[in-house]
Design a protein around this ligand. Sequence first.
Ligand code: NAD
Ligand code: IPM
Ligand code: MN
Length: 370
Amino acid sequence: MMAKNLFLLPGDGIGPEAMGEVRKIIGYMNSAMKADFVLDEGLVGGCAYDAYGAAISEEDMAKAMKADAVLFGAVGGPKWDHVPYEVRPEAGLLRLRKDLELFANLRPAICYPALASASSLKPELVEGLDILIVRELTGGVYFGEPKEIIDLGNGQKRGIDTQVYDTYEIERIASVAFELARTRKNAVCSMEKRNVMKSGVLWNQVVTETHKRSYPDVKLEHMLADAGGMQLVRQPKQFDVIVTDNLFGDMLSDVAAMLTGSLGMLPSASLGAPDAKTGKRKALYEPVHGSAPDIAGKGIANPIAMIASFAMCLRYSFNMVKEADNLEKAIANVLDQGIRTGDIMAEGCQKVGTSEMGDAILKEFANLSA
Ligand code: NAD
Ligand code: IPM
Ligand code: MN
């Protein structure tokens, strides 16, 4: 069996706390299930800034490039609010996405039946919810040039960010969305703002052409992104796959997270293109949530988003479908048993910390894998 090289970047705040629970699962898989994960670990975000004065070191970038998959915790926190923009913690994550060319960010929002009442919406609106947001991750306003603050010389400054999309970038993310829709309910909703943005006009055209050329069997709908946000909280179950740009995808996925009960529930996979020779893709798996400075260090963070991100890693990087299914089932079973971290706590449930939640999921996973 070929070793599977995982590069762990726990990061800041609750990142290392959540990653600790994934380590337990990997440890179990290596010892009891004879899996062959080889782990290495680096620094990213504020902790990397403290150690090297950069949001990620060149050495750790090289390791991320070489790894079969990267597991990422979270970065940022008030301690680094005033460090220079270029080396702020979030820059480490953006560099990883850009340099590894992880253009496709898959953000599933699934409402586990046991959590329907933890959502901010009425249970009947979210029960059985299963949406996949496909967010473009290496383009748009996050990376477009110019990106700067210029001094206008009259006491005024101008902040500039530039939204740019080329045809190939839209084509490849649309293709990912259509391919994934075929494995689900076969419906894609593309969101942009073609009514005010030129990049939105192009986005709409290219998605339409890609659909017509290669995926006519998939149902395609277009929505203006603001209306899409509204529909997402009005009637979320109307959606199957949503494909959208980097910034809209960032915002809409936080909205979708709350439909499922908590930001602490949402995993994500950031994938590159398959290598022409080997078919392997670069990949990074990260929860959608951030470093949660308000609860960091208290041992109360919900590790489910991080654990579910590892399940996505098993599925997408290693084709370990059975193991991924079991890990997701283990999460659902633990929620069914009424075990809850504070963010998803409900009446009559048992409140636990990060580590107890991880242990409970591992126990279920072990049972299911036996
Ligand atoms: P956040 O996601 O860190 O927290 C938002 C709220 O959700 C907080 O109240 C927090 O306690 C709660 N929350 C988040 N994850 C949770 C979990 N696993 N369990 C329980 N509760 C959880 O967002 P924020 O406060 O806007 O940002 C804090 C820092 O994180 C900022 O520096 C931001 O840039 C950074 N950030 C990083 C990432 C990332 O590393 N991928 C993502 C988003 C934000
Ligand atoms: C996310 C985060 C990041 C983003 C930040 C931390 C750079 O909010 O992954 O959703 O804006 O993409
Ligand atoms: Mn975000």
